[in-house]
Ligand binder design. Structure first.
Ligand code: SF4
Length: 196
């Protein structure tokens, strides 16, 4: 089976995949690279809650990058290269986990993004396949979606913070919970920075 590096987007989405892989005796580490989580307060909050999820299962978490890239998202420079912000968002994260897996002796990688019915599942798998070829490491495709609700329930049971928007500043602004989310930030001075 080999050793797998599991990219994790957040604690709640990691619960079901971790429960499944641990129950099947996978040899794995978790990996955090999510500059799409914005603003910084939210980035830190989701990172901390992923650490709690990893601690719950006794799995090591490797973290790369400690800052969100809100300014880059707002710049929209990437649209010259990518068809959409979400395509760029999947691309840079799968590039990071595939590269790290290849350079650090892992046999394969996967991502908890594949648990969410709200993400572009096929696009994530397509990009991951491309990154596997680029770095010479296997992409271990798994469809975790049947366990999405179960994972959310498990997250509630252990008291994880469960976010109400995808991650980037645009998705926050588009969320019907926008005002509540801003209120939840410790620093009340954090205001909308959308510049469209
Ligand atoms: S909506 Fe979600 S997937 Fe798309 S760019 Fe924002 S954080 Fe990334």
């Amino acid at each position: 089976m080999g050793k797998i590096l599991l990219h994790c987007c957040c604690g709640p989405c990691a619960m079901y995949p971790l429960d499944l892989l641990v129950s099947k005796d996978y040899d794995l580490d978790c990996f955090w690279y999510n500059p799409n989580i914005q603003p910084q307060f939210e980035f830190d909050r989701r990172h901390e809650n992923l650490q709690k999820a990893c601690d719950h299962f006794g799995i090591k978490l490797i973290s790369v990058g400690t800052e969100c890239m809100q300014d880059y998202w707002l710049s929209k420079e990437y649209l010259e290269q990518y068809g959409s912000r979400c395509e760029m968002c999947y691309d840079i994260r799968m590039d990071s986990v595939a590269k790290f897996a290849s350079e650090n002796g892992y046999d394969s990688f996967c991502t908890t993004l594949l648990v969410s019915p709200y993400q572009q599942h096929d696009k994530i798998a397509e990009i991951s396949d491309m990154k596997a070829s680029k770095y010479g490491v296997d992409f271990d495709y798994m469809d975790f979606r049947p366990g999405f609700r179960q994972g959310q329930d498990m997250a509630r049971e252990i008291g994880l913070y469960r976010q109400k928007y995808c991650g980037c500043i645009f998705s926050l602004e588009e969320s019907k919970f926008r005002d509540k989310i801003y209120k939840s930030f410790e620093d009340g001075s954090l205001a909308s920075t959308r510049t469209e």
